[in-house]
Design a protein around this ligand. Structure first.
Ligand SMILES: [Zn+2]
Length: 377
């Protein structure tokens, strides 16, 4: 069914009061423009341009455009039903920085048949375009239709957006989980699964791991874990030669606990509980992140095949303080929380964190030189 004057007339008479409300005195002018044209799907777009000029306030235009665009899409969609199955369509309309991602995807896809549009999971776009205020629609890929088609431009905008998403300075600033994931995959880890948390937590992880990128370090995986007590953890897989475990690290994984860091609210609640229990005193999300980063440094800096930095630091403390070691560590824990007493690895990660936060007690200040000597610190 082609869009003819009759169908347009019925649309207008049904909506004239709405149009009056929207554009006031311009309503009759609009009616004239629409009526004077020999209406086809194609020319409707041109009419819309005239309408945009005719009406004054941009907000009014947006509402009017949405209504007319939807009408225009429905009309084209009706024509699709009667057109041969191999008829191709292109997604037309202005392409710029404001164009939403869905519309960019449709436009960059090039000419498609109705079946291909539906197979791509884009059936809704046939009627709604990209949603409210959408300035786009599928149009027959005729000579006329192709003139309005900006597929190449859409591909370019997508490419620019991707570039920006992956800029190092974008770490911790993404608004979509998809983009935060892409950033992490591009800059800090080989494989990334943020699907069990929200963009707030993903941003915190990215912001911390950004440091790795500047040191040329890539970890293997960021992934969720269901271990009920885990907030975040870093684990390493060691290479085993002839049954002996050496310190040659094969892979490093950064995990977030979905029970405790499944979203930013849960994370903040978990950190509050750690503070209440005195496990970390005045601990913040940054403290936790710096601690985890400490674990990564422990794994990527083998002292020799049997010694990790956490072993080496533990020995350093034992040699220096001998029997007083526990007493001095306890003194530190009164300021920074009890987690430092857990084991050599946690002692290392906590001391690294405290060094970064300038919270090491006087007796431990000398370990700054030790941390400074580590790659990535
Ligand atoms: Zn730890």
């Amino acid at each position: 069914m082609p869009i003819n004057e009759q169908t347009l007339e019925s649309f207008l008479s049904g909506n004239l009061s709405v149009l009056d409300e929207i554009i006031g005195t311009d309503a009759s002018e609009l009616k004239n423009i629409l009526n004077s044209a020999t209406i086809s799907g194609m020319q409707t777009s041109e009419i819309l341009n005239q309408v945009s000029v005719a009406s004054s306030a941009s907000g009014q235009r947006a509402i009017l455009n949405t209504r007319l665009n939807t009408y225009s899409r429905v009309a084209t969609n009706t024509m699709m039903k009667d057109a041969p199955a191999d008829t191709k369509y292109v997604y037309v309309g202005p392409i710029d920085d404001r164009t939403r991602d869905e519309c960019l995807d449709y436009a960059s896809a090039g000419p498609l048949t109705e079946a291909q549009i539906i197979e791509s999971g884009w059936a809704a776009s046939l009627v709604d375009g990209g949603g409210i205020n959408c300035r786009h629609k599928w149009e027959i890929a005729s000579d006329e239709g192709i003139k309005l088609f900006e597929g190449k431009q859409a591909q370019q905008v997508i490419q620019n957006k991707q570039g920006n998403i992956n800029l190092l300075s974008m770490a911790g600033k993404h608004s979509r989980l998809k983009d935060a994931t892409k950033w992490a995959e591009t800059n800090v880890a080989k494989k990334v699964d943020f699907s069990k948390t929200d963009v707030g937590v993903a941003n915190l992880i990215n912001k911390q791991l950004k440091e790795l990128q500047s040191k040329g370090i890539v970890i293997d995986e960021i992934l969720p874990t269901r271990k009920s007590k885990e907030l975040f953890s870093v684990s390493a897989k060691y290479l085993t030669i002839g049954g002996t475990e050496t310190s040659i690290v094969q892979s490093i994984k950064f995990k977030y606990g979905i029970n405790n860091a499944g979203n930013k609210k849960r994370l903040n609640d978990s950190i509050r509980r750690l503070n209440e229990k005195g496990i970390i005193k005045n601990g913040t999300v940054e403290s936790i992140m710096t601690h985890e980063y400490g674990h990564i440094l422990d794994y990527i800096n083998p002292i020799d095949t049997l010694t990790s930095p956490s072993n080496a630091l533990n020995k350093l403390l034992s040699d220096k303080f001998k029997l007083n070691k526990l007493e001095i560590l306890t003194k530190q824990s009164q300021i920074s929380g009890t987690y430092i007493l857990t084991n050599a690895e946690e002692q290392f990660a906590e001391m690294y964190r405290l060094w970064k936060e300038n919270k090491l007690i006087e007796e431990f200040e000398f370990v700054g030189d030790f941390f400074n000597s580590l790659r990535g610190s």
